[in-house]
Structure formats: C-alpha cells, structure tokens
Design a protein around this ligand. Structure first.
Ligand code: PEP
Length: 256
C-alpha cells in the first residue's frame, strides 16, 4: 500500500452516549497503530462528545448540506461539522443515494462545500448487483467518480494535500455479509485510479481508495493487502472495539 492505510468506521444511525466506551477503546488502540490512520463517523449527535473523548483518531460526519447555512430544516452544514469537532465527512454513501435520492451532482456540491469548510472528504461510489450482472460495474463507478468528486476551486490542491478519499463500496456488499472477490476489487480500484488521474493529473495518485462492504476481522487482511486498496470503510464491524480492532491491526504493524 503506497499510502498510510485509512481505516474508517461508519456508525450509520447507531450510537448513543452509552457507546462512548467503545469509541474510547478504539481510540486507545488507534494510538498503538501510528502507521494506520483510524477514524470514526458517528451520528451527528455524537460528534462533539466523541471529539472530546478521543485523542488519536479522526472524527467525521456521515453527510453534510451543500450550503453553509440557511432555511434547510434538519440539515447540517460542513462549517457546522467543523464547529462541532469533525475533521472529515463521508459523502454519497449508497444509503444516502438511495434513501435521499442523492445524485452525483449533489454529492459533488457537498464535497466542494466540505473542502471549502476545511474538512477531508470520503466520496462513496459503487454499483448495484443488477449493474454488475449487466457488466456495467466499471462504467457506472467511473461515471460516479467523474460526477461526484470535488471539482470546485481548490479541489486540486485538496487532492494534492491528501484530503480526498474515495470509498469503493459495491452496494450489494454493504451490510449483507457478501464481500467482493479480491480480483474484482483490484479491477475496480484500478479503474477508479484511472479516472482520478484523468480528473486531477498526477495529484490523483494522492487519493486513497478504500474498499467497503462487509469488511470484518476474517477478510480484512486479504482485502487490505490487495493491489490498490488504501484502507477500508467499515459499517457493522465498527460498532464494537472487539470487531473493529482486528481490522485496524490487519492494516498496520503496531508499535515498533
Ligand atoms: C458501510 O456502511 O459503508 C459499510 C461498508 O457497511 P458494512 O461494513 O456493514 O457492509
């Protein structure tokens, strides 16, 4: 892996203050793996609390609005995420694309807003099972990369500074226990890298491409060792330290 591996837990709509002990345990372990960048994206309600509770890992949001402020009841903006202590945000997760009808242009606007606010971004892309079965996986994901990655003023600098990551998450592998075959992951990551280089020139090499979709203690080492895999975006297995820490360990060598 050419980059420092990035292991990110996405708590989705899970987590109340009673789960702080898990976050603290994950943070203590993160400190023992300085060669791994570890982060958690809890629900909005826990970002500020987790920020105060942890020291070694990143804390991020799972979405933000494309506008900085205004009449958007129930939404949270990128500057608000910064204000509450987040350092990155996950955008375009397939659950948001499906549940909230988010398209590429909206995800891109959110990514530009997040970078403007100073956040790092993880932009999620991935094909459905129908699209894979139809032989369209590469075309669909390439289109999502072209349409969803930041394109505003400053995007190139943010990419060059390593503030932009992509998570390749085949929709059919998320929360299902089905994991993409390693050779398919390698193919998809190579296709994504090609688009990133086309979009950003040589700075596109700085974008970490994470795999996501039923990553767990049993499959993490093989996935993380695969060509072009720069880390993992982990849902279900990030909810407890017991499940998440073996994934962090698989990415790193631990304290020297
Ligand atoms: C995710 O939510 O991004 C994810 C990959 O979930 P899971 O690990 O549960 O499949």
């Amino acid at each position: 892996m050419p980059h420092r591996p990035y292991i990110v837990g996405n708590w989705k709509m899970n987590g109340v203050r009673a789960m702080l002990a898990e976050a603290r345990a994950i943070d203590r372990a993160a400190a023992r793996y300085p060669d791994v960048q570890v982060a958690l994206a809890p629900p909005f309600t826990l970002i500020g609390t987790l920020r105060e509770a942890v020291t070694a890992m990143g804390i991020g949001g799972q979405d933000c609005h494309a506008q900085a402020k205004g009449a958007h009841t129930g939404d949270v903006s990128a500057p608000m995420l910064v204000d509450t202590g987040a350092d990155f945000v996950i955008l375009g997760h397939s659950e948001r694309r499906k549940d909230h009808a988010e398209g590429d242009a909206l995800v891109q606007a959110k990514a530009d807003a997040a970078l403007s606010a100073g956040l790092g971004v993880i932009v999620c892309v991935g094909e459905t099972l129908d699209e894979r079965d139809a032989g369209k996986a590469v075309a669909v994901v390439a289109g999502q990369v072209d349409g969803s990655l930041p394109a505003g003023e400053g995007a190139g600098d943010a990419v060059a500074a390593g503030k932009v990551s992509v998570a390749y998450e085949p929709v059919w592998a998320i929360g299902t226990g089905r994991v993409a075959a390693v050779e398919d992951v390698v193919t998809m990551h190579a296709a994504i890298r090609e688009r990133l280089l086309a979009l950003y020139g040589e700075a596109g090499a700085k974008v970490r491409i994470l795999y996501g979709g039923s990553v767990n203690a049993g499959n993490a080492a093989e996935l993380l060792a695969a060509e072009g895999v720069g880390g993992a975006l982990v849902g279900g297995a990030s909810l407890t330290a017991e499940a998440f820490l073996p994934i962090v360990a698989a990415a790193g060598t631990g304290e020297a």
